[in-house]
Structure formats: C-alpha cells, structure tokens
Design a protein around this ligand. Structure first.
Ligand code: TTP
Length: 628
C-alpha cells in the first residue's frame, strides 16, 4: 500500500511574525486581520497563547482579557482595495515548499494549502526497504535520535496535553507534577515506537511507515534549519489518514498509523474531523443519519447510506473503512488564484460607483498576483470567475488571454460581466446590495507565449549546454564589472558565430543576463532577477518601482519614449539552493533556480569547486539592481 505524509506548519502566520520579530519566539502571539468594517479578528494564534484560551476569530480585546501579555501582530494592509496583504505569508510558504520539493525526486509533492503539503513517499520508501540491510535499519530506527518526536496513533486513549507548550505553571508542586506527567508521556511514547519498530523486522509494510517517519523527522528538521519554522506531520497509508493523525500531536511533533490499524484509529473519530467531511457534507451525514463517529458510519449498511446519499455511497463506505484512493498530485502551485472582499451588514455595496471601485481594486490585486504567478510558475490563467453574493450567490466565467494581462484591459473585460450580474435597472444604484465580490482565476495553461517561452527556452538550453560542458560546479555569477565581459562573451556565443540565421525570436535579441542578488534579510530569502535586453537597445536601465525601463538607442534625443522592459523572470529562490561561505555566495546550476525543475540534493561533489564565484560584499548587501 501507499505511504503518504502530510506536513502542516504550526500556527503558520504566527511563526512568520515570530521570525520577523525574533523577540516574539516563545511568547504568546496572535495575528490579527484588520478589517475596515470593524470585524477584525485573530487568524492565527501561537501555541504559547493557546493555554490561555485564546482562539482564532477573537478580537484583540477578547484575547487581551484572557492573556494580557499577548503580542498582537497586524496583517499588513494591501495596496489595493483596502484589503489585507498576505504576500509575506505566501512568500514564507514558498520558502517551505522549496525545501519540501528539494529533498528527493522519488517523492511526489502536492501543495494542499498555504501551509500544508502532501508527500507520496511510496516509491522512496520501497526502494529503501529493498536496498537496505534490514537489521542495520532496525538498529538505527531504535536509536532514540531516529524518531524523537514520533507518536504511534492506534486509537488508544492518550493523556491529553493538547497545547504541547507549557503554560505559566507558577506552583512548584504543580511544576513537579507537570514534569512527571511529561516524563510518563515520553516513556509511553518511546515504548510504543520501539514496539512498532520491532515489528518491522518481519513486516515490510511496517518498515515502510517507519522509514517514512524517519524521513519526515529529518525533513522537518531541514524545514526548521532553512526557514526557522516548526511543523508537524502525519504518516499513513493515504491522504485521509495522514491528515487525520497529523492533528493528533501538535505542535512540533509527528504521528503515524501502524499498517492495518486504520479502523482502530477511526472508530472513535468524529466524522467532522475527516478530510472532506469537515463542512456541510459531514454535517449532513451526522444530522440525517444521527451518527457522530466514523465507527458508527462503518456499521451502517450500504442500503441505508444509498437511500440518503445515493451518489456517495461507495466513497463514504471506503472512507469508513479507512480507504482513500485520492492520489497525491504533483503540484506545488495553487489550482486557482482568488481575491475577494466581504461587505457584511451595513457595509454592503449599493451603488454602481462603489461596485466599480472595488472591482478595480480587486482586479489590480488579481493582476499583480497573476503576473507574479506567471513568472514563477510559467503558466497563464484561461478563466476568471466573477462571483457576487447579493441576496443570492451568482457567478459568471470570463475567458481571458495574454491580451488581457494589463489591469485596465482586465477591468474592462470584467466590468460588463459584473454589470450583467446586477438585477436592478437603475443607473447608479446596485440592487440587491453586494455582500461579497470575488474573482478567481483558474484553468491554468502551462507554458508561456512564444516570446517569453523563447527566453525561458534559451535559459534552459544554456543550462543544458553548461551541463554538457561538464560545468558541474556553480554557474558563474555576473555582477558589477564582470557583466560587461560576460555580455561580450554571450554576444559571441549567441549571435556572433553564424547563429543569426536561427529563426527563433531569441536570436534577434542580444541577451544580457545580469544577475542581481539581493539578500532580502527581512524574508531571509534571495531574489534573482534575470534581465533580457532586446538587440539594439543600449543597456541603460532605470529602476522604476518594480519595473525596469529601457530606452531605445535609435530614438531621437528628446523624443525617447520609455517602454517597459521585458522582464523575463523574477525567480524567488530559497536559500537552500545557495551556500554561503567565507568567500560569498555560490549559485548552483540555473535549473536549480527555476522552481519547477528543482533537482534533488545538490551534488556534494560540486560544492567548493574552482568555478565558484563570489559576489563582493557591496553587491551582496544591496537592495535592487539600481542603475547600470
Ligand atoms: P491553519 O493550518 O488552519 O492553522 P495554523 O497553522 O495557524 O495553526 P495549527 O498549528 O493549528 O495548524 O492555517 C494556516 C494559516 O492560514 C494560519 O496561520 C492563518 C491562515 N488562516 C487564515 O488566514 N484564515 C483562516 O480562517 C484560517 C483557518 C487560517
């Protein structure tokens, strides 16, 4: 059977805030999302605040009453439409995914949410089961350091300590009692883990789970080392079980289900805790069948189920047995990119002017996110769903293409669609009032239009060339003065030696790649700008916000019209692809900088070779490329 892992970051947004302000580590922290309509509420709560009763959704006032020392961090305000800007959490998420995606090519990685990932480790663990000496593996797994935070989940009652981080225990006796309790728990944990490992001697399925648990321990350590974030994990034979047991021991821990023990775990599990049954579907099941647990569900006959849920009988019966055959799909990107805004109660939109204003803001935000997504994930949305909630919920889908990328174009395309959802006929009024507007871009088409593709293609071919030339070490970094020489070299290589005839668009350009490396310390992240300058354009660049402007060489002085510089790619790469040593940064081959083709482990042998190139202190510390 399969081996699936769910990795879930602990109180994710709160950790992002703690990393931003390191004084906050170990302290009660709440992340508050401000809302102009006065409905501000906590969206993340650190584990240190949870023993005080602080919960998601509470207002700042409510949580201060429960936990006076709590530090409240505000989600930044967005640029458009007076909305929260959660970009920094998305960036932090990308860092985590870069680590998760860089560990082993045999593992299938699926982004389940901003802070959750499924990993199908079946092929990986199977090859290890077949390739390793069993007794050596068992001895290694029995070592206390192998599975230090792993719990066996077998349906037996655990001593509950849900919050996992010790609260303010003032009383000495209380502290001693707490300590003894924790020691008892640890002993129980270890005993169960050891008993399980002993079974691995003659049971391949158990060994697969144990190896996945060992791998997950190391993976979580790596995530911590590279990003500073803690996470928890669940290991099971499918997505449902992995997700379910992940929640059994949090934070900073992981749990696994012994093969064959699925029904034992499910028996007492509430239906609403099951993936896919947490919402309306689960409620309907519980209410209409008058049951609460998965055990009860499993005892129902298929005829009872089919009378009430005819189209879902098979699926429900499988779930009740602990079967879930949903595959882990290789995906590190979102299926859709959505922006939305609520206008509850009196805030509801009732004029056409207001509606247009908010659509404008949301379109800008969506446009910005789609532009980022395009360069990062090399894909373009084909559909945008405009969704309005008035007295009813209505939506309409618009087809979009490359021509609609500009915000104004997009707005002009979306506005008539939104108007078509208006019922009232008055010019200025919008009736019935709007409580929510959301735009969701989806049906992504992989790949980019030919112009961009050729640039990307060039980069890939160049990488291949480097590989063929057996440049096994880091690719040279062009920076400062080096750029000029490199420009000439590239000119010679790309267009100087009779290649001008090539019909590919790329050859009509001369390509100058300048790599600006900015270590943006705030996000502990590196940004790589790859710039492509069309042929015949003098390399004069000016920085204009986040868009570089080029001037045509042959234009009449004084009449020069700046036009947006074609920014080929802005790639955000995780520090894991870099090594910092005394001499400066090294970059590993370009392909490793392109998220969609991140190789597995960087070849140890390639590190520290002579082709390493360092960037001087000045360029290392600078923000942005500046003028060249
Ligand atoms: P969750 O994984 O649901 O929760 P969490 O990571 O804060 O805490 P836990 O350790 O219990 O898993 O959500 C991930 C982040 O998503 C969370 O930190 C904040 C954000 N979020 C919202 O913005 N709104 C929401 O309604 C929820 C549930 C989460």
């Amino acid at each position: 059977s399969r081996v699936v892992v769910l990795v879930d970051m602990d109180c994710f947004y709160a950790q992002v805030e703690q990393r931003d302000k390191p004084d906050l580590w170990g302290k009660p922290v709440g992340v508050l999302q401000y809302s102009a309509n006065g409905q501000s509420g906590l969206i993340a709560v650190s584990y240190e605040a949870r023993p005080f009763g602080v919960k998601r959704g509470m207002t700042a006032k409510q949580c201060k009453e429960l936990c006076p020392d709590i530090e409240i961090c505000l989600v930044p305000q967005g640029e458009f439409a007076d909305k929260a800007d959660i970009q920094k959490y998305r960036d932090a998420s990308a860092e985590v995914f870069a680590v998760l995606g860089s560990v082993d090519p045999r593992i299938i990685l699926e982004r389940a949410s901003v802070d959750e990932a499924f990993l199908d480790c079946t092929v990986y663990v199977e090859s290890r089961v077949n390739g390793e000496d069993r007794e050596e593996t068992i001895q290694r797994l029995l070592h206390p350091d192998s599975l230090p935070t792993s719990f066996v989940v077998d349906g037996e009652e655990e001593e509950k300590n849900e919050d996992g981080v010790e609260g303010n225990v003032e009383d000495v006796n209380e502290k001693t009692r707490e300590k003894m309790k924790n020691e008892r728990k640890e002993l129980r944990r270890r005993t169960k883990v050891e008993e399980f490992i002993q079974k691995c001697r003659c049971d391949d399925e158990c060994l697969k789970i144990a190896l996945a648990a060992e791998f997950t321990e190391r993976l979580r350590e790596k995530v911590k080392e590279k990003t500073q974030f803690y996470c928890s994990a669940g290991v099971g034979n499918n997505k449902m079980m992995a997700k379910l047991v992940c929640a059994a021991h949090k934070p900073r821990k992981q749990s696994f289900v012994p093969p064959g023990g699925e029904m034992d775990v499910l028996r007492g599990t509430s239906i609403s805790s099951i993936r896919g049954l947490g919402g309306k579907q689960g409620n309907a099941l519980m209410e209409r069948l008058r049951i609460n647990t998965m055990g009860e569900l499993s005892s129902l006959s298929s005829s009872v189920l089919s009378s009430l849920f005819p189209s879902q009988v098979d699926w429900l019966m499988k779930l009740a047995r602990g079967d879930d055959d949903e595959p882990v799909k290789a995906r590190t990107t979102q299926i859709s990119i959505a922006v939305g805004k609520n206008f509850p109660g009196k805030m509801a939109i009732s004029t056409t002017k207001e509606a247009r204003h908010w659509l404008d803001g949301l379109t800008k935000e969506l446009g910005k996110r789609l532009a980022d997504d395009k360069v990062k994930n090399r894909r373009m949305a084909q559909n945008i769903v405009v969704h309005l909630t008035t007295d009813v919920s209505t939506s309409r889908t618009v087809r979009v293409g490359a021509a609609d990328e500009k915000e104004e174009r997009l707005l002009e395309k979306l506005w008539p669609v939104m108007l078509s959802l208006r019922k009232g006929s008055g010019e200025d009024m919008w009736h019935p009032p709007i409580f929510n507007i959301s735009l969701s871009a989806g049906r992504f088409l992989e790949g980019l239009p030919s112009k961009e593709k050729s640039i990307m293609g060039w980069m890939e071919r160049r990488t291949k060339q480097l590989e063929e030339m057996e440049v096994s070490g880091p690719v040279e970094i062009l920076s400062g003065d080096v750029a000029t020489d490199e420009k000439e070299r590239l000119e010679r290589e790309e267009i100087g030696e009779g290649q001008e005839e090539k019909d590919d668009e790329e050859v009509t350009m001369f390509l100058l790649l300048i790599f600006f490396f900015n270590r943006i310390r705030r996000h502990n992240k590196l940004m790589l700008y790859v710039e492509v300058i069309p042929k015949g354009v003098e390399g004069m660049m000016e920085e204009d916000d986040d868009c570089l402007i080029l001037e045509e060489e042959d234009e009449e002085p004084g009449t020069s019209t700046s036009r947006p510089f074609h920014r080929a790619a802005l790639l955000q790469i995780n520090e894991s692809q870099f090594e910092l040593d005394d001499e400066g940064w090294q970059i590993f081959p370009m392909s490793s900088a392109i998220p969609s083709s991140v190789p597995s482990e960087v070849d140890e042998a390639s590190r520290g070779t002579e082709s390493r190139c360092s960037i001087d202190e000045k360029s290392r510390g600078s923000e942005g490329g500046g003028r060249r």
